[in-house]
Design a protein around this ligand. Structure first.
Ligand code: ZN
Length: 240
């Protein structure tokens, strides 16, 4: 099996379509969505529609939660909050019901998926370093776990200690635990503007990071035409 594992799409339709096309070319047989389908960018309805039609395992991100909650959204900074209010006006009741129904974490075959952390998934904490990763590892029952949320791809391994390992291709070693941040499809923040996703090949026991170019000019134009903040368009080009 070849799993394409991707998340933090954030309503960036152009980036999502590019990632799905790339994963098809690379002969992926299964899809897994790590949440934050909406927020920030201009195509929340189209992105929700694509993920729903994939019928793949999908977990909830904090933007999915805020966009679909019954009360007023809160707790976001001004830029994110403005985009969420815009998103809430566009999503159908059916899409909101579906986003609200997503689980916080789940197991798929031999791996676990969660948007933020396994130690406190509802609090939306961030894993930025081995110390943060160690807290999540202590709740990780499978040898493999995939996360998102920081928008920066990273691979952590745990044997006697927890450390960061280079993340192009990681050969999985039995007896070790791994935590992979799959990066972001629609708003990368690691200084590389290209959409990020991961392929997990269960036959070769390899996890590889992929970066995909997409039509960023069209994504930016759509943000501006939608009346969303110019800062949201500008940041796509810098990858921050
Ligand atoms: Zn996100």
């Amino acid at each position: 099996m070849r799993f394409a594992i991707f998340g933090d799409i954030h309503a960036n339709l152009h980036a999502l379509e590019a990632v799905l096309a790339d994963s098809r070319e690379r002969k992926c047989s299964h899809y897994v969505c790590m949440g934050d389908i909406v927020g920030y960018n201009a195509h929340p309805c189209e992105c929700v529609d694509i993920i729903r039609r994939l019928e793949c395992p999908t977990i909830k991100g904090n933007h999915d939660e805020q966009a679909s909650m019954l009360g007023e959204q809160d707790g976001f900074n001004a830029l994110a909050g403005e985009a969420i209010n815009w998103t809430r006006q566009r999503l159908s009741d059916g899409d909101k019901d579906w986003l609200r129904s997503l689980r916080m974490q789940r197991q798929v075959r031999d791996f676990t998926i969660v948007h933020a952390t396994l130690d406190t998934p509802h609090k939306w904490g961030y894993i930025f370093n081995p110390l943060d990763a160690a807290a999540s590892f202590s709740y990780q029952l499978t040898s493999l776990c995939f996360i998102g949320h920081t928008h920066s791809p990273r691979a952590y391994v745990k044997d006697r200690s927890v450390r960061v390992v280079p993340f192009d291709t990681v050969d999985l070693t039995p007896g070790r635990k791994y935590l992979f941040n799959v990066g972001s499809v629609g708003q990368p923040r690691d200084g590389d503007w290209r959409a990020a996703y991961v392929i997990y090949d269960t036959d070769t026991a390899k996890v590889t990071l992929h970066r995909v170019e997409y039509d960023i000019a069209s994504a930016q134009k759509d943000i501006l035409e939608a009346g969303l903040s110019k800062r949201l368009a500008d940041r796509l080009a810098t990858g921050h």
